[in-house]
Unconditional design. Sequence first.
Length: 141
Amino acid sequence: MATRPDYYRVLQVHPGAEREVIDAAYRRLASKYHPDVSHISGTAERMKQINIAYEVLSDPARRAAYDASRGAAPSPDTSPHAAASSQNAIKPWWILLIAMGLILLAVVVVRLGPALLRLVVPLVVISLVVWLIFTLTKPRR
């Protein structure tokens, strides 16, 4: 029984590689192993493997099926680090909540005068620094 080759290894890319990385790897390998360019024996067979690997990995549906047959989770069309950064992204409703809070703070400061401004500004700066520290030191999943 013939085993299916590892298409990621054929294209020399990480299993979580983005589409652009796969395209670049294919172009690089095709320019190296194309039979019209390279006169080394076995390049025609190698180019066939590269073409098959590229056909599978460049199509999201075929790539997901291939990953499932390998027993791996389907590879997203994003980098492996993008999933971690998207988990920590600020949600749109948080942005709205922060903007409303800043507007409310501005209204209070304007109403109560400059004396309150000397108290509120340091508190806001300290709060933002603490929030930033907790956000950056939060353990990644």
